[in-house]
Design a protein around this ligand. Structure first.
Ligand code: PMP
Length: 449
């Protein structure tokens, strides 16, 4: 089919793509890990879009659930009607997330869920007589969404430079990077220093003014699947508890089974957050969906103080909840959490083999099927690829030619490095992991040539 030129098109692509950017393939359909364009070319969905399509495409049981729900009711406002879809979704989510995180506030996506978590924490503090607590400490780098509040707590210098005057400043503390370490530091000593920086920031701000600390337990696009040493999580939890600061885990990318546990938080049972935020994989891309998870006790406190003063038209949207329920059913019935752990190991091994052979791969990190490959100009000096070489965009373009759809990222204009997210659907098979690795190898060879 003829392509609409970006100049006369409207909508997301024409709005955000730079002038002169090569045309994108036009999606026709998807099946499993494959996306197929209108010319019949097949692309391996190696990053699940932006780490969202956890169940792959065209999943028959999800489509059946959507169709059945569509024939019943798609939308009914939750202050007027309850729905079986909402009840089933909330029950399954609460059971999978576990005690302390078994109540959910259901929204349409990650940024909304982050906003909801912060406002809920704030209202809870007011209800418990701690109205002086309002500051939210974030990490640098870090990403929590693009709405003003979520952006304010995200550690992206470039975005703050552009939107800065609109945002109320909040302190940020360094994230414990594992590849580009400060001089004279090991991964462990740097992580200890980062945890100490959190306590220093709380003390400097005045603990009585600090509401929450927000972090991605396994990083996403801001850090390229950053994982800290185990001790970091326990220390952060102790610091937050000591100063009455609520710990919020942003699990928009890491949640819903992606890291080989239902929550990434489940890897560190001695560091449970007070609030966790999910989206993306929760609906696996089949509908807009997100959730802020809190304890029954926190809900009781806020309810007694008059209820949560917050809501959206599409809270607990019936179709989105039906999708969420079907996704969680599938996560359990098909043991997708176990598959993410097993396939993650397999993919990690293959990426390590690629790294040994490619001059471009500086680091590989992550957990389960949330993996990232950091690209460098020089492996030994860890020199970054110069900004003007637009590394991620070029790799993404080359990958499309090799039939690989990749999510590539440059945070803060490349201040922290360049990486590719390797995060295929959790339904991926061992054979498909082989195809992915082979194609990625070809892309890296091409890029280096
Ligand atoms: N938090 C994290 C960790 C994310 O990765 C994202 C999305 N990339 C968001 C929040 C924002 O989610 P959304 O785009 O659904 O608003």
């Amino acid at each position: 089919g003829a392509r609409t030129s970006p100049e006369i098109g409207f909508g997301q692509q024409a709005f955000t793509r730079p002038p002169g950017a090569p045309p994108l393939p036009r999606i026709a359909r998807g099946e499993g890990v494959w996306l197929i364009d209108t010319e019949g070319k097949r692309y391996f969905d190696a990053s699940s879009g932006p780490v969202a399509s956890n169940l792959g495409h065209g999943h028959p049981r999800i489509l059946a659930a959507m169709e059945a729900q569509a024939r019943q009711a798609v939308f009914a406002y939750p202050s007027q009607f309850e729905s079986a879809a909402n009840l089933e979704f909330a029950e399954r989510l609460g059971r999978l997330a576990g005690p302390g995180l078994d109540r959910s506030f259901i929204v349409s996506g990650g940024s909304e869920a982050v906003e909801s978590a912060i406002k809920f924490a704030r209202q809870h503090a007011v209800a418990t007589g701690e109205a002086s607590r309002w500051k939210v400490i974030g990490r640098q780098p870090g990403y929590h969404g693009n709405t003003l509040g979520a952006l304010a707590v995200s550690g992206d210098e470039h975005a703050h430079e552009v939107f800065g005057p609109l945002l109320r400043a909040v302190p940020r503390v360094p994230a414990p990077l594992s590849y580009r370490l400060p001089p004279n530091h090991t991964v462990e000593s740097h992580a200890r220093a980062c945890a100490q920086a959190l306590e220093d920031a709380i003390l400097r701000e005045g603990p009585e003014t600090v509401l929450a600390f927000i972090m991605e337990p396994v990083g996403g696009l801001a850090t390229g699947a950053l994982v800290a040493p185990d001790s970091y999580y326990a220390t952060v939890r102790q610091i937050c508890t000591r100063h009455g600061v609520k710990l919020i885990y942003d699990e928009v990318m890491s949640g819903a089974g992606r890291t080989g546990r239902f929550l990434a938080a489940d890897h560190w049972p001695d560091a449970r957050p007070d609030i966790a935020v999910l989206a993306k994989g929760l609906s696996a891309g089949y509908a807009p969906l997100g959730a802020a998870l809190v304890s029954a006790e926190m809900v009781r406190v806020v309810a007694e103080a008059g209820g949560f003063m917050h809501g959206f038209t599409y809270n607990a949207h019936v179709m989105s909840c039906a999708v969420g329920a079907a996704v969680l059913r599938e996560v359990e019935d098909a043991d997708l959490v176990g598959n993410a752990a097993r396939m993650g190991e397999l993919l990690l091994g293959k990426l390590q083999a690629l790294a040994a052979h490619s001059p471009l791969v500086g680091d590989i990190r992550g957990k389960g099927l949330l993996l990232a490959v950091e690209l460098v100009a020089d492996k030994h000096s860890k020199a970054m690829i110069p900004l003007e070489k637009v590394a991620p965009a070029r790799v993404q373009q080359l990958a499309l030619r090799h039939g690989l759809a990749l999510y590539c990222r440059r945070t803060s204009r490349g201040a922290y490095g360049d990486w590719l997210m390797l995060s295929p659907p959790l339904t991926v098979t061992a054979e498909e992991i082989g195809i992915l690795a082979e194609r990625l190898g070809a892309v890296l060879d091409d890029y280096a040539a």
